[in-house]
Design a protein around this ligand. Structure first.
Ligand SMILES: Cc1cc2nc3c(=O)[nH]c(=O)nc-3n(C[C@H](O)[C@H](O)[C@H](O)COP(=O)(O)OP(=O)(O)OC[C@H]3O[C@@H](n4cnc5c(N)ncnc54)[C@H](O)[C@@H]3O)c2cc1C
Ligand SMILES: NC(=O)c1ccc[n+]([C@@H]2O[C@H](COP(=O)([O-])OP(=O)(O)OC[C@H]3O[C@@H](n4cnc5c(N)ncnc54)[C@H](O)[C@@H]3O)[C@@H](O)[C@H]2O)c1
Length: 439
């Protein structure tokens, strides 16, 4: 069968593209290997379930109640995502593993066998990423070791948890399990959490987590894991730890295995991601790659922006590229959340800016009294000569929302003075910008 566009993987970019092109009258095939993944990683096994658990734990719910609501949320979204595309009469959803036969032909498999093949002039790879599991002795054979997916499927709460890695995924699960009452020990090869972030903020996050009961073992290599009964024993280069379970959160790697990319002339970059240009074209001219599989920043909203770029190639003037998506904000959903956009002061200085810094401890923002939470600090970086906002690092309640205002200011050259003199509603965390940008 022939299609206008074939999309491999039900990720954020792919499903949005399928919906948009289908509504536009294009015949689209969307191929997803598992019915459990309709809607992709974010809604089924990543952002949405993890944030639902964090929200429920924050409201004081038990492990079981939090898990039950997570299951309801995921099931509802999975169905809604499937229905959205299946109800679009121009879109065919196939629940099969896909692989390339050549640059214009995709095979779908039933087990090992080829079930059908489809052809198209335009093919989009949106197969996401999977957990990177380091080659530590015993890691494949030891029970009660989980990645981020497995840890969200647990049927009972561990009393103790060892977490390997202290990046985004770990920090969120460390915060979650600590809130639920699990004793958490974190082993990381880096010297400090959030090592690339603003130093004051990295320190504040560390101090708050330690205060909450987390034990950090930094700058440490893990050498071996094994079981003692049901417990996991973790040997490192300076001590041995024992816990009910272990979470491995040491990065995510692009999902390219089994796609037979070489048959389509699609090359990988040095990091094993699908190599793309600014328009997300791969080394095969008619094939695009979007989302985590193409490497770079791994966020759902980057995948969504990748949709905009490819859609612009197919239906627009091609003006949108990876080079003009503006500043990319992010939030680590710990308690309280940490959000960042643009540069830290030291990053800005390294780029040659003379900078002014704004700093407001959360305990000086009136809203903190209402929130009954004085933890955190907000920092901003402004170019001394031009009054341009260069970045902000916000650690505190509400930061996940208000960081988006600063992205807008950076992208649209709204000077720091405007943010300083703007009217904000009261009592809100956003009104702290009156002081934060008074540099
Ligand atoms: C625990 C966790 C928490 C996260 N939290 C956040 C967050 O709060 N905010 C945020 O923005 N990002 C978050 N992320 C990152 C975010 O989940 C990803 O960046 C995003 O989901 C990537 O989407 P994607 O479009 O690349 O494809 P995905 O959503 O990963 O979809 C790829 C799909 O392709 C399918 N597939 C793979 N191979 C084949 C094949 N050969 N044939 C057919 N189908 C195939 C897969 O089953 C999958 O459904 C989190 C990630 C994790 C792991
Ligand atoms: N809120 C969000 O937006 C959000 C949340 C979770 C994940 N994500 C996305 O998922 C991606 C992956 O997250 P991640 O936390 O797995 O990766 P990461 O790259 O952020 O962190 C990996 C951590 O593992 C450590 N590490 C690596 N190998 C190790 C080893 N052998 N022993 C000990 N420590 C080791 C590193 O020092 C680092 O601290 C992120 O880059 C992010 O884009 C986003």
């Amino acid at each position: 069968m022939s299609y206008d566009v074939i999309i491999i993987g039900f990720g954020k970019a792919g499903k949005t593209l399928a919906g948009a092109l289908g509504s536009d009258g294009k015949k689209v095939a969307l191929i997803e290997k598992s019915s459990k993944m309709y809607g992709g990683t974010c809604i089924n096994v990543a952002c949405i379930p993890s944030k639902t658990l964090i929200e429920e734990a924050g409201r004081g719910q038990s492990f079981k109640d939090a898990m039950d609501r997570k299951i309801d949320v995921v099931n509802a979204l999975n169905k809604k995502n499937y229905d959205n595309l299946a109800d679009n009469e121009k879109v065919d959803v196939y629940t099969n593993t896909a692989r390339f036969k050549d640059s214009k032909t995709v095979e779908i498999l039933d087990g090992e066998d080829v079930k059908e093949e489809f052809t198209s002039e335009t093919i989009v790879i949106n197969t996401g990423a999977k957990s990177n599991i380091p080659g530590i002795e015993g890691i494949d054979t030891t029970k009660n070791i989980f990645d981020s997916e497995g840890i969200m499927e647990l049927d009972h709460q561990p009393d103790s948890l060892v977490v390997l890695g202290a990046g985004y995924i770990s920090l969120e699960f460390i915060s979650l399990f600590t809130k639920l009452g699990t004793k958490v020990t974190v082993i990381d090869r880096a010297e400090h959490v959030l090592i690339k972030e603003d130093k004051d903020i990295g320190t504040a996050v560390y101090d708050d987590l330690v205060e909450a009961g987390v034990e950090f073992v930094s700058g440490t290599e893990t050498t071996k894991v094994s079981n003692d009964g049901d417990s996991v024993v973790v040997e490192t280069d300076n001590a041995t730890f024992k816990a009910d379970a272990m979470l491995v959160a040491t990065g995510r790697v692009p999902n390219t295995e089994g796609l037979a990319l070489e048959k389509a002339g699609v090359k990988l970059d040095d990091d094993g991601a699908v190599a793309v240009d600014d328009n997300l074209r791969t080394t095969a001219e008619n094939i695009y790659a979007v989302g985590d599989v193409k490497g770079g920043m791994q966020f759902t909203y980057i995948s969504l922006d990748d949709f905009r770029i490819v859609h612009d190639q197919l239906k627009g003037d091609g003006g949108r590229t990876t080079e003009n998506r503006g500043a990319v904000p992010y939030t680590v959903f710990i308690d309280p959340p940490f959000s960042k956009v643009g540069m830290t002061a030291s990053q800005a200085r390294k780029k040659g800016h003379e900078v002014l810094e704004g700093k407001v401890p959360v305990k000086e923002i009136p809203r903190h009294k209402v929130n009954n939470d004085e933890r955190g600090v907000f920092k901003a970086v402004v170019d001394k000569e031009t009054d341009k906002v260069l970045g902000a690092s916000l650690y505190g309640k509400g930061s996940e929302e208000i960081i988006n205002i600063i992205k807008l200011a950076i992208d649209h050259d709204i000077p720091a003075t405007v943010l300083k003199n703007n009217i904000y509603t009261h009592p809100t965390m956003a009104e702290s910008f009156n002081n934060l940008f008074d540099v």
